[in-house]
Design a protein around this ligand. Sequence first.
Ligand SMILES: [Zn+2]
Ligand SMILES: [Zn+2]
Length: 142
Amino acid sequence: MERTEITERAERILHDAASTLTTPTAGECLVCFVARQLDEFGCDGTHRFISHYRDSVAPRATALLSRLSAMGACCCDCEMFMNSYEPAARLWTPVQESVDSEEWGERVDFKPPDRMPPCGTTRRGSTKPCTNWERVFRPRYR
Ligand SMILES: [Zn+2]
Ligand SMILES: [Zn+2]
């Protein structure tokens, strides 16, 4: 095989991989999709993954960005995970912290999952998250 042929083939494979990475899988919900993309590519300070999801899956959800902004994800994709959605409570694991002082006893903290389970899927065209996610509740909603 010619060297150039190998390079070309490698490039094509890379290109294919890139295009599957940035397309939501069948039924994948907005939040799982954006979480997956952020894991892979990081946040660039825009709503690029949210917009991409809307464009490819839910083009009629024109108010999506303003709705998410109202939920706290006003400036970029990763804010959605700080202000709007977090992994569902059942996915967090307890962490036993041994504290030296007797007074405090043992404190149990919970840590978020290292990897999210596969998306619970959502209806096509919907921008609702699957059951892997819960709204981050702020004091004013309590
Ligand atoms: Zn960000
Ligand atoms: Zn999901």
